[in-house]
Design a protein around this ligand. Structure first.
Ligand code: ADP
Length: 342
């Protein structure tokens, strides 16, 4: 089966072609629509891909936000496209770009089957006590403000791989999965399902990330606006782009921070590690038995230093740890097969 996997962002389009589970071709088109770029839009980006889309069996798209509409991957039709568009309010930076990828494929290969695979879907198994914020329920009921969680495609893939390595049935697997890249999240997986995760209403909540703050007192947001005079956009930018490791130590590259001798760099990594440990601790309480802590993402896969620092506490001495290279594109390709077979 020939499966195309597309991750369409606002200024980039990533494509991989899988045949029988093996990558046959991949390409990344960047700077779409930027000043001076030779690629004006997503249609032109798609035309740069050296693959005849009409020869594919299916194309799978990464879609960031599935809201409460989508608890699993689906074949894309007009109704699905409308729902993805309606979720743009919750994910303004992602869903419109994901949808654009779907539209341009439809334009060049109208009869090709397309599948949407959502970053939020794996977390749809979270119970209410995990996904409701302790604010007036009208905000949930009328405005859909709740925790959704992201990186679900990665956490789902990691759970399946961990089950294989540990020789356990997925529905008997309890792990704490750590996707530690530039974006970072933790997930408590109980009996193969997500029961809690660190990202929330948006990817801003939770762990300290490359440039995102993760958890903080929401009063800080008000203070920045009321007392410091920052605009909504400025606060948004501060917390998403100028915080995390970058805000603390002027670099979001863990390799640089590990090599740096400065106190700032050391403190930034200590804050990063401590936040991960706090999440692990709280997930141990939720899971009772933990089969393994799974590390993934650029930091989780490559930084033995950070892994060792995280694991260097008494309660984790007897818990197995695994390092698994995540593969979100392969997971999307596998989801396509699952959806087509269903
Ligand atoms: P993204 O979320 O953008 O996909 P990645 O998963 O590629 O990010 O992770 C990027 C992070 O991984 C960066 O902080 C980078 O410094 C870190 N990283 C990559 N390789 C190493 C390494 N060998 N040692 C330590 N950190 C690493």
């Amino acid at each position: 089966m020939k499966i195309g996997v597309i991750n369409s962002g606002s200024s980039s389009l990533k494509f991989k072609l899988f045949e029988d589970g093996v990558v046959q071709y991949s390409c990344v088109v960047e700077h779409i629509g930027e000043d001076g770029s030779e690629v004006a839009n997503h249609l032109e980006a798609l035309q740069k891909i050296e693959v005849d889309f009409t020869t594919l069996d299916v194309v799978g798209h990464r879609v960031v936000h599935g809201g409460e509409f989508f608890t699993q991957s689906v074949i894309i039709d007009e109704d699905v496209m409308q729902k993805i568009a309606s979720l743009s309010r919750l994910a303004p930076l992602h869903n419109p770009a994901n949808l654009e990828g779907i539209k341009v494929v439809k334009k060049i290969a109208p009869s090709l089957k397309q599948v949407a695979v959502f970053d939020t879907a794996f977390h749809s198994s979270m119970p209410q006590e995990a996904y409701l914020y302790a604010i007036d329920t009208k905000f949930y009921k009328q405005h859909h403000i709740r925790r959704y969680g992201f990186h679900g495609t990665s956490h789902s893939y990691l759970a399946k791989e961990a089950a294989k390595i540990l020789k356990k049935e997925l529905n008997e697997l309890n792990i704490i999965s750590l996707h530690l890249g530039n974006g970072a999240s933790a997930c408590a997986v109980k009996n193969g399902k997500s029961v809690d995760t660190s990202m929330g209403f948006t990817p801003l909540e939770g762990l300290v990330m490359g440039t995102r703050s993760g958890d903080l007192d929401p009063a800080i947001v008000l203070y920045m606006q009321q007392e410091l005079g920052l605009s909504v956009d400025e606060v948004q930018k501060e917390l998403n782009k100028h915080s995390g490791l970058l805000g603390l130590a002027k670099s979001n590259d863990v390799r640089d921070l590990q090599q740096s001798q400065t106190k700032e760099a050391q403190t930034a990594l200590d804050i990063f590690v401590r936040r991960v440990q706090k999440y692990i601790g709280s997930y141990i309480v939720l899971l009772d038995d933990v089969d393994a802590i799974v590390f993934s993402g650029g930091i989780g896969e490559h930084s033995e230093y950070i892994r060792n620092k995280i694991l260097d506490v008494k309660v984790l001495k007897d818990i197995k740890s695994l390092v698994i290279q995540t593969d979100e594109e392969l997971e999307i390709a596998q989801e396509c097969i699952k959806v087509l077979q269903a």
